[in-house]
Design a protein around this ligand. Structure first.
Ligand code: NDP
Length: 251
């Protein structure tokens, strides 16, 4: 176990969320894991569950990814409590279904900030250490919305934010590859979590009817692919975006 690096997962504070599922899966694979988010109560609760379940060090750490100071403090705390971080999963994200013409500046900035500034802040804080140690795995969560201009209840700001994450992933991957640090993205389709809040079941059914696999995806299915990209066997995959969408978007 000693050579399995510590992992940081942002946005791992919701009960049915993708981040919590990723943290669980990484711990199952032997990674000590830090669960980050603004909700310290649930971050700590889910970390304790992981420690109990897998006997792996797991910590919940308060972090607002849009705030570089908060990111710096959280990263320092993780280093202190778990040791050097070798895996970073930028999963924190929010969505908003507004029509383009109705999106106000506050909503635009909020959606873009969490996905784009959040991913930038985390990578800028953690990439230099990974490159110095010549090892690292970064996985960023984009969305089918970036590829298809929406389609899973996100508005234009969400599609723009997730497109930025995909471009950022490719750009940073080029700069890090020579130092043994891979940077990839996954693009989930419609995943059964609570990110959308209350949605009319008829609307969900309409989207599902266009998914060749015939159902929503699960957080665990996303987590399995993320965990693979974080592992030793994925050393030759970098700058990639892996679709996890049941065929909703084919290219
Ligand atoms: P959830 O709403 O369940 O989880 C979102 C997480 O992001 C929460 O833990 C929340 O924690 C965290 N978060 C939000 N703002 C911040 C912030 N400023 N700083 C730190 N953490 C923050 O959503 P999902 O699990 O569904 O989504 C996870 C990711 O997957 C998101 O990036 C989403 O865009 C993406 N995705 C989801 C799809 C789906 O269908 N569910 C499809 C495609 C992509 P807290 O409030 O404690 O800060």
């Amino acid at each position: 176990m000693a050579n399995i690096p510590a992992a940081v997962v942002t946005g791992a504070t919701t009960a049915r969320g993708i981040g919590r599922a990723i943290a669980l899966r990484l711990a199952e694979n032997g990674h000590p894991v830090a669960l980050l988010g603004r909700n310290l109560v649930t971050a700590r609760e889910y970390a304790a569950e992981i420690s109990d379940k897998y006997g792996i060090p797991a910590v919940g750490v308060s972090c607002d990814v849009t705030d570089p100071k908060s990111v710096d403090e959280a990263a320092g705390e993780v280093d202190e409590r778990l040791g050097p971080v070798g895996v970073l999963v930028n999963n924190a994200g929010i969505t908003d279904p507004g029509r383009f013409v109705d999106i106000d500046v506050a909503s635009w900035n909020a959606v873009v900030d969490v996905s784009v500034a959040g991913t930038v802040n985390m990578m800028q804080r953690m990439v230099p250490d990974m490159m110095r140690r010549k090892a690292g795995r970064i996985v960023n969560i984009t969305s089918v919305s970036a590829q298809n201009g929406g389609g899973v209840f996100g508005g234009a700001h969400y599609a723009a934010a997730k497109s930025s994450v995909a471009g950022l992933t490719r750009a940073v991957s080029r700069e890090c590859a020579h130092a043994g640090v891979t940077v990839n993205a996954v693009a989930p389709g419609l995943i059964d979590t609570d990110i959308r809040g209350e949605v009319d079941p008829a609307l969900i059914a309409e989207v599902v009817s266009g998914i060749p696999v015939g159902r929503m995806g699960t957080a665990e299915e996303v987590a399995a692919t993320v965990a693979f990209l974080c592992g030793i066997e994925a050393a030759y995959i970098t700058g990639a975006t892996i679709d996890i969408n049941g065929g909703l978007y084919l290219r």
